[in-house]
Design a protein around this ligand. Sequence first.
Ligand code: NAD
Length: 477
Amino acid sequence: IPAPDFDLVLFGATGDLAQRKILPGLFHRFAVGQMPPAARIIGVARSKMDATGFRAQLEKSLAAFAPQIAEDRALLERFLASVDYLRVDVMGEDGWKDLARNLRPNVVRAFYLSVSPSLFGVIASKLSSFEASTAESRIVVEKPFGHDLQSARALNADLRQGFKERQIYRIDHYLGKETVQNLMALRFANALWEPLWNATHIDHVQITVAESLGVEGRGEYYDKSGAMRDMVQNHLMQLLCLTAMEPPSKFDPNAVRDEKVKVIEALEPVGPGDIVRGQYRGQNRQGGYHEQAGDPNSRTESFVAMKVGIGNWRWAGTPFYLRTGKKLRGRASEIAVVFRDPPHMIFPKMEHRRGNAMIIRLQPDEGITLRNTIKEPGPGGFRLAEVNLDMTFADALKEKADPQDAYERLIMDVIRGDQTLFMRGDEVEAAWAWADPIIEAWEASNQMPEPYDAGSSGPEDALMLLHKEGRRWREIA
Ligand code: NAD
């Protein structure tokens, strides 16, 4: 879908995220012809430099983060020609008038805030008071959106100083992932699954986001956050919502988000016996969380596993197990929907039977696997075997493939004015309202997270969380 003409103002344009993800993403969209020829990107940051200096910096980043297309010199030059730079210290008064004057009337105006959340308020109110923004402009903000309910409310209030909810785009890049969107297509564009998509037929759901890397250079930042704030409250919550939500009446941003909020509001409190926190350890006091975070007494969790109940008609009695961690044995994100056994088994008992499941893989190899039971071929009696029906999106849709990074997709949605894949203010607040008591109870206790070996599947107690209920986690590949 082509995008309308736009002026995109990127605050924090010299920063890591802008140079590594946002600008290379825009370059990709430019290369496939999705960026209208007159569209402009205006980088804003504190650094003293002019447009030529900024383009030189950007050229280096594009060579590193979009190497294939950056080789095309003519294409690169055309893209750089659409990029401008303005120096504005957002805390001061200088530069804002130039910015407002620089923007064209009658094209989409988007302000992307790739800066610390502490600057959201001042930027939103100055954009409005210097009349750089109009009632139709859009404002885009990055994670983290608060570290608890109170701070999230304050950020919402900051943004609302100059913008209405319909103008605000809160990014959770998980929602830009192709498979995550496919979850909606899978559920609501097929007649096959929806009749089974409830507690009567689904035994439980497992949502895993496993990382093989540790906190590496981000130790100090991560130590203030931990897995619960960094991953569960946002990314895993989004996956849970899309898996559990009721079918919206139409594919419309507010209809979809209304249903997601209802799921969050139906989440049951998580008791101490339903959650396990872990922290990875290295060998010989090297490479463990404590060494990387720089605090030998840190109680911050680098792993969390929990059982979550959804108290509504559809899901009563079907637990959702969430698990995420760093320094695990593999890097894999997936949602596994595990079905109940047939009501009456007429065949001999099969050893290690795991039953029907639908596994939605977010990475690696985005795709879907359906685990089925069939007869083992051959004359040796009637034995059952489990086989996978596998679909990798890259293979299934080869000709149509226009591989987009999550950021590219989301930025173009901002330009098109589609908020479906962005979190609404009340949704973020509801997710914090659920997470806060879990985090507070933990912080009030004196417990240490359970240690686990780097490169393992996480702490022993996380395995027990399912074992004690006769279930087991899928292996992290
Ligand atoms: P960064 O420190 O690399 O860059 C910050 C940018 O903000 C720089 O361009 C700097 O010039 C600008 N800036 C700072 N103070 C300013 C001021 N007073 N006036 C004008 N410009 C100012 O940060 P980053 O890593 O690019 O992160 C940006 C935001 O994105 C943060 O909120 C971060 O939490 C979020 N985020 C980053 C990543 C990532 O991978 N880097 C991932 C997810 C979210």
